[in-house]
Design a protein around this ligand. Structure first.
Ligand SMILES: [Zn+2]
Length: 430
């Protein structure tokens, strides 16, 4: 027997193969192979295709075999926008918001991000690591194999470094891949409230060089919005990041239309995220640009505000990605399948479009599309198996946990108890 693993009996294999990134009509083509098999050798996909062809390969005959009983397989999901490392929850403000307070009223009263900053600064690295590790287990249990995570609850040099070092330690001790983004410019911390320019200088002159020297992040992000940073400040911070080798991404036009999406296009950012407030001309320009539009419907749901114009962005030709925005204040969900459901129900994306947005296009926004986001020979064996017969059931049964197996780099990192030999568990199955 070889060391290879043969995953067979795949009812629908969504390969997502084809040109990267996906936009326009190509977003809706998931590259389905019915009755498929995938041969995994080490951490890579050795072959993927129709079951009869793959099972005939000499290496497949010697491989360990797992029959998936007609289930659906997708590339491991790629969550390209999260805030993984924090201390405590924000349950108090959750109730205040449900009772009528707005996100910005809570922020002005010292709640919101500022309350996460107080908790983070007081927490020891070991505590932060323990909390984040439990969340990573949940990510894997929902089919996610790569998670981007941002700093931004430290807001001083020592605490921003603390978060990024926790992320690096976690990347080494558990299987989910972590992509680190420096978000020192999340909000202006209270001690700089009267002199925000001094905080921008701290970020550009001290924090970014320190982060880059220690190789703690690949990207630099700014929350460019009303109550946070202006487009002018964001431009300066992202230019400093780029000079130190950190590629820009932006929290853009979530609470108000401040011109952040335009800035993302101007500076060729990897991604512009949220985009709840973009309008017709922004949408047209994003559609023609190379900036990934990362939509975060979980935040809109949790805040009770309208969803971003996902359908219009797709129709304009934009490179749309989907992420959870997992964070304790505005999007406490670890389920990318739930974000896929919300993108379908709330933004009118087709199931195939939403799945491409949460795999191949998200991988592109993290500059990992040569390795993850599709199921093809030579790619990393990051795979997610769902307990359904048709991929459209994944968004259709919203809020239902349907992931039955997750593999990262060829290793099973999550398997629902008793998955082998059991019938599928999607509610519609006869
Ligand atoms: Zn965010």
């Amino acid at each position: 027997m070889s060391g290879a693993l043969l995953l067979t009996g795949i009812g629908q294999l969504l390969t997502l193969r084809g040109a990267v990134p996906r936009r326009g009509w190509a977003l809706a083509d998931p590259g389905i192979i019915r009755d498929a098999a995938v041969l995994v050798r080490g951490d890579r996909i050795a072959a993927a295709g129709p079951r009869r062809e793959i099972e005939r390969l000499p290496e497949a005959r010697r491989a360990r075999k797992t029959d998936l009983g007609g289930r659906v397989m997708l590339p491991g999901l790629v969550d390209s926008h999260t805030h993984l490392v924090f201390a405590g929850s924000r349950l108090e403000e959750y109730e205040l918001r449900l009772a009528g307070a707005t996100y910005e009223e809570i922020a002005r009263a010292g709640g919101g991000i500022q309350s996460s900053v107080r908790g983070l600064r007081a927490a020891r690295p070991a505590e932060l690591e323990r909390g984040a590790l439990a969340r990573l287990v949940q990510f894997a249990a929902h089919g996610t194999t790569t998670v981007e995570s941002k700093s931004g609850y430290g807001l001083d040099l020592a605490n921003e470094l603390k978060i990024l070092r926790v992320q690096r330690a976690l990347a080494r001790r558990q299987p989910v891949e972590i992509v680190s983004t420096f978000l020192g410019a999340h909000v202006v911390p209270p001690e700089y409230r009267r002199r925000p320019q001094a905080y921008v200088d701290l970020v550009t002159r001290r924090m970014i060089p320190a982060v880059a020297r220690e190789r703690l992040a690949e990207f630099c992000d700014v929350f460019c919005d009303r109550g946070a940073f202006t487009p002018g400040q964001a431009r300066a911070i992202l230019a400093a990041g780029r000079a130190w080798g950190l590629e820009p991404r932006l929290h853009a036009d979530q609470l108000a239309r401040t011109g952040a999406a335009r800035l993302a296009i101007e500076i060729r950012a990897a991604s512009a995220d949220h985009l709840d407030r973009v309008t017709g001309s922004d949408i047209a320009q994003l559609g023609r640009s190379g900036v990934v539009c990362t939509l975060l419907p979980g935040a809109s749901l949790h805040l009770g505000v309208p969803f971003a114009p996902g359908r219009a962005l797709v129709d304009a030709g934009a490179i749309v990605a989907l992420a959870t925005d997992f964070n304790p204040g505005t999007s406490p969900t670890l389920s990318l399948p739930m974000a896929i459901s919300l993108a379908c129900a709330g933004m009118r994306l087709a199931p195939a479009e939403a799945i491409a947005a949460a795999t191949v296009n998200a991988a592109y926004s993290l500059r990992r599309h040569d390795r993850i986001g599709t199921i093809e020979a030579g790619k990393q064996a990051d795979l997610a198996v769902f307990d359904v017969a048709d991929y459209r059931e994944i968004p259709y049964y919203f809020g239902v946990h349907l992931t039955s197996m997750t593999l990262k780099r060829g290793k099973i990192v999550y398997a629902r108890d008793g998955v082998r030999g059991w019938p599928r568990s999607a509610p519609g199955d006869a």
